[in-house]
Structures are given as C-alpha cells and as structure tokens.
Design a protein around this ligand. Sequence first.
Ligand code: PEP
Ligand code: MN
Length: 374
Amino acid sequence: MQLLQDIAPKTDWFGRRKADERPYLIAGPCSAETPDQLRATINGLVPAKPNAIRAGIWKPRTRPNTFEGVGPEGLIWLKEAVEHTGIPVMIEVASAKHVELALAAGIDMVWIGARTTVNPFMVQEIADALKGSDIPVLVKNPVNPDLDLWIGALERMHKVGIRKLAAIHRGFSGYEKTIYRNQPNWELPIELRRQAPDLMMICDPSHISGNALLVADTAQIALDLDFDGLMIETHIHPAQAWSDAAQQITPEQLIRLMEKLVHSRELTEDPVFNTQLEQLRKQIDQIDRNLLELLSQRMEVIRDIGEVKHNNDITILQPARWAQIMETRLAEADSRELEPGFVRRMLQLMHQESINAQVKVFREQRDRQPRKRS
Ligand code: PEP
Ligand code: MN
C-alpha cells in the first residue's frame, strides 16, 4: 500500500483540529431544492460557523420517478446563497460532466458519493476530469463494506495529483434491519485510519442514522473515535425536504448539537491519567496473551479432532454439536453480561477457523494414505 501512505497529506489543508478544537463542520441540505430553501438554510447555519456548506445538485436515487436533483441551475442558486457568507460550498459529483459544470461554476470542493465509489470506472472518469484543479475532494465510503474500494478511490484521486483529500464515513448497506439506515461498521474507518494515520476523516452521522433523533449520538461516537470532522444534513424545514426528510435537522438543532458535543482528544500529558491508563493497558496485554495461549491450545485439540474424524470417516461439520456449542456458550455469555452479537460473531469465526483446520488435516491425511476405491 505504498500509495496510501503518500495520500496522508503533508500539509494540513483542512486545519486539522488540535486537542480541544472543534471538529471541521460541513453542513447544509441533502439537496438544493429552491433558491429560498437554500438561502434560509444557509443563513440559519451561519452562527454554527460551518467550515463548508453542502448541497446535492444531482441526486443518485435508487428508483426513477423520484426527485433526482434540480440540476445545473442549482449551482447558481448555491453560489448566490453562500456569497455573502464567504463559506466554501461543496456538491456531489458523479460524472466528468458534473465536474466540468462544478468547476465552471466556481464550486469550492466536491465529494464523491457512496454509489459512485463502488465503481472504479466512474471514479477514474471523475479523477481525470478533476486533474489540474486543486480543489479538495472528499471520498465517501462505498455502499458495501469494502475497504479496498474506498482506498482505491482515494488512490485514483491521488494519482491524478489531487492533494487535498479526505474520507467521509457514511455507513454501509446491510441486509439486516437495525436502528441505523447504514451500518456504521466502525472497524472499517478505524482500519483506514491505521493505514493512513494523517488522512482527514469526516463522519456523516446523517446517512448512518437515517433518523434525526440518532444524529447527535452518532456524531458523538465519531468524535470519541477521533474523527476530524462531521458532515451533517441540515434543512430549514426537514419534514418538507424533497430527499432524506427523516434524517435532516434544522440549523437551530445543529447549533445546539455542536454546543453539546464533547471534543475528546487523542493524547494528554496529564501524568495521573497516563499512569492509570498504562496500568490498565498492562492488564489488557496480559489478558490478550492468555487468550492467544488458549486459542492455540484450542486449535491443537481441533487438529486432533480432525484426525479422529478422518480415521473414522466422520464428517467435519457436525450440525448438532455446532448448535449445542452456540446455545451453551451464548447462555454462558449472557450470565457474564457479554454482548450476544459479539459472542455469536466470535464463535462463528472460531468455528470457521476450526473447520478450515480440519479440512487441512483431512487433505494431508488423504494425500499421505490415498484410499483405494472399492
Ligand atoms: C448525500 O450526501 O446526500 C448522499 C446521497 O450520500 P451517500 O452517497 O452517502 O448516500
Ligand atoms: Mn442525503
């Protein structure tokens, strides 16, 4: 991942927050609808001091015959509505044509939507169209939880010379219905941060939540996970919004939300806290060593089980035993107040790994002593 390391901006184009500084804030409606709606929303947002204003001009919609954005005339409304504020404005681009029109209209920044990031052809087309401009480009995660696609889109932008880059985490589509519209799968942005520690990371709690009531809580989680900024959909009359009505909040609600958010910081020099943390981390280090030792012992027994099954022509998968393991462990986890979803996922991982190990044992044994067909 040589390129990804380079993506980390050498210059702080966004003025990344230092300890205690407020997060970088992008606010504005899901879609530009009318000149009045834009003006009223943006004027309402000014006291929140956003670093950038957002509005969708072309809306990627799952079904046709719904509102798909106002198109190019919205570019003029948007520029006019922000003019007296001096705040940079950003839109979503999904094709070379969008880029061309955005640049010609003097749009200050662009973002690439989740439905575009999934498609390397489209991402490349947009990158080629952006070549030579030095506006910031923010790349949303793809709809599916595929970190490589997300990184690939950032790399394509970087390859054409774009240096003002950031990633936007907006959650991932899932089959299961949960409280979220798009599952946060925080482990993906966390892994992106591990691979590109200096890349600016913005969270979009509006599209993760899908519901105005969840936005504040999701935004706070993002700050506690050390995100650099937030993109929050804001509408002067959320209930009447032409797109994403359920998740938008009013400018007043955004101002209150920003006041309430706690800006955690990554590091401190407070010796009392640091000593306390260090001691607790030593305990975790020891527990992890014990867990790994136990896992290694477990795998040894698994390989013995594989051999015994092989020698007796017994299938690797034993559905009744697997059901019993799941049931008993989940009951035990419950009595220890462990989160059942976590324990289920951990058991599934261990079970898959033990199946893999037994498949390997079977293969080795069969290679060693091929059976004669009777
Ligand atoms: C949006 O920002 O309004 C949008 C369409 O987002 P996403 O690409 O995250 O679905
Ligand atoms: Mn939206």
